[in-house]
Design a protein around this ligand. Sequence first.
Ligand code: S3P
Length: 172
Amino acid sequence: MRNIILCGFMGCGKSTVGRELASLTHRLFVDMDEEIVSEAGMTIPALFEQYGEAEFRRRERDVCAQLAQRQGLVIAAGGGALTFEDNVKVLSQSGDVVLLDVPLEVILRRLRGDTGRPLLAGPDREQAARELYDRRLPLYRAAAAHIVDADVPADTVARRIAEKLALMDLKN
Ligand code: S3P
């Protein structure tokens, strides 16, 4: 059974939708960031602070390769994971990459007050988010086999994905 890999910008709902989708389709849910945190024994901000982004990306790459060996998972990718060619390659061999498409303005609203994302920790969060979003959107689109409008409640997004991938009986 192929994996389903949810991709998209920080705050687009990958983890929340992933949990819903996993329960809807009776699959196991894996959050890539949680895997990294449990292997590292420290939070993502601490990992960035102590070892830098390059080490985080190395660990992220390892987790992508490990998860690509497994089957039947719903995977919430980290927001940066699918901006790297090698991660896209291994993960799309293992499953279908689905982009959760949410406008930047909605993302900015959702991330207000968030302190867990080191890439947005600088003085001008909005500018940092805007630049990253513009740079990444074309990469996400290129990586994704499917794109879903995700500016709606998580259970609706999960249902749309399940229907798109024909994972459930549409009558239920
Ligand atoms: C990152 C997104 C985060 C986390 C890390 C880096 C990124 O995951 O992996 O802070 O590069 O966009 P979420 O997308 O789950 O917030």
